[in-house]
Ligand binder design. Sequence first.
Ligand code: SF4
Ligand code: NI
Ligand code: NI
Length: 707
Amino acid sequence: MTLFDVVFSGNDTVYGLTEGAIDAAIEKHGADKAIAFPDTAYSLPCYYAVTGTKVATLGQLKEALGVVKTMMTREQKLNDAFMSGIATALCAEFIEVLKYIDGAAPYEAPCYGHLADAVIRELGVPLVTGDIPGVAVILGAAPTAQEGVDLVKSYQSQGILVTLVGGIIDQCEELGYKTGANVRVIPLGKDVTSVIHVVSVAIRAALIFGNIQPGDAAGLMKYTMERVPAFVNAFAPLDPVIVACGAGAIALGFPVITNEDTFKVPKSLIVQPDVSKFNATSLEARDIKIKITNIDIPVAFASAFEGEIIRRGDMQVEFDGSRVDCCELVMTKDASEIEDHKITLVGPDIDEMPVGSKQSICYVVEVAGKSMQSDFEPVFERKFHSYLNCVEGMMHTGQRDMIRIRVSKETFEAGFRAKHIGEVLYAKVKSEFAAVVDKCQVTIYTDPAECTRVRHEVAMSLFDKRDERLNTLTDEGVDVYYSCIMCQAFSPSHVCVVTPERLGLCGAVSWLDAKATNELDPQGPCQVITKERPIDERIGEYEDVNEAVQKLSQGALEDVSLYSIIEKPMTSCGCFECICGIEPLSNGVCIANREYAGMTPIGMTFSELASMTGGGVQTPGFMGHGKHFIASKKFMKAEGGVARIVWMPKELKEQVAERLNATAKELYGIDNFCDMIADETIAEDPETLLAYLEEKGHPALTMEPMM
Ligand code: SF4
Ligand code: NI
Ligand code: NI
């Protein structure tokens, strides 16, 4: 048998199973029975992406199977094998979708099965920044459970997203290894067909971030090959079905590494008999580079631990800024005042604190460097959250003086002490900000009286000063804006224009961040954009900005405005914190944030809005934006500003209320504007919304028609 024959026979087997399953389902439910994966706007994402057709019923699924059959050509050629691989993947998707008939929940913990669109959107930013340098798909059972778990752990500690299919899931359970999306180890399912759920993620990434048009199979394969750094580790024994699935993976550009002595295809099907070398072989095959951070601490440090949750019962100690005095602070000093890598603890260490107690902590990171500017201080500080969360067994939330940190018992028992917080901050600040930081020292205060002093006498006044500086930063008051093209890794034509009053749509890049990024890495993702040649002040359009956007989007974008949602709006990549869209009946806009899962009066959920807004193309009437932008005086300024906001989820409204109320008071003299804005507890449809707005006398009702 040739490798081609193996692929074809595996493909035939899966096709036969799929046909049988669909026929049986039609027999049972009838051809008109609706089928769908939950929480996706892309129907059967793989089939939709490859063919451009959305499948909604069993009858249509049967027709789709006919289309799949036409891909199953049987010449002994590479292309035939690839197409049969894709056909196998599509069959797997059909088998999987049948499991979801009647809203069934076919997967139970720890398995995830189908992943929602929202999960893919969340992966966008870390994939772009390289915090997730790759995606591993591990299939089957390792020779021993320990070898399997070791492999999973090796990827996890490199920040690689790990998905598991089949026996490896039982091996992780057997050894009590923690899995879950929050630690980036995702068991998909025990059947081999469940591998489609990670393929579906890669494919939806192409639709969401890459603006690949459904039906453009060639564009799709080019995108996944070039931009989705995934690979497969398939344990022996391989049967023809697995090999056929593997051919599908290879067609998408994902190499398959196996310990079975089988056919070899250079760079695509790689035999590595030694499982302990799977990691190195895979990274080399996919050309994935891991950023090495050597930090002198007794536990692991990796972005995979960022989402880790430490429950009350598992914590050794908690530092809680909402109860006692805490703060985190960066201060610029003269080089002569600093001793590099000096880490000082003032107060008791963790082993002197009662188990489970609430404690004070302040850590002050003092830096010096010729190019250091005090504007960078808050930029560094904001990264502390991610640095400390990357420590295995450590959880950090909040910022400034409202921080909360938990250290787990396991991490404490591994030897983690207060000074290690200093080691982490020192190592990260020195490596990430090497361009401006020459010397760095860290002082950690745990003595309650000292913490009170540092918080109230040092930190608070600095924070106040910074707020003043931020509040006085206006678009008119600065000479330049910045571009950000970080997301082009996934959304090749997307450009964010970041101004003092309009931060990047991901919410993570303010004008100050962009400025610091530019100065730290002048050739990097953030470039200076001048604003000397205004075209139209009303919508915020500039010749220089247009030129920059044209150049940075490689000609995909002609012109953008900064302040309009209708005329030449900015594009969206896919990692927006919020989306706002026009609600015609009320003459206003509704905003939905990513966390909100319910319906909006526009008649679409966040993910449905998102599927209209991403991909780096302009979509007049819809706009992705950061949460912070909601209270900006430049928010939809061309259409009349924040007075257009008629609806927001309750939780989001509470988060932005203080600043938004202040903006509305200043712009229109309205008190408590947020009370006029409806939320899901008031209205989820346009008519109820309108009635509420009329009752409240909402200003949007009397503004000029938007459309
Ligand atoms: Fe992506 Fe824009 Fe955020 Fe930059 S500012 S990371 S391009 S969303
Ligand atoms: Ni953690
Ligand atoms: Ni993005």
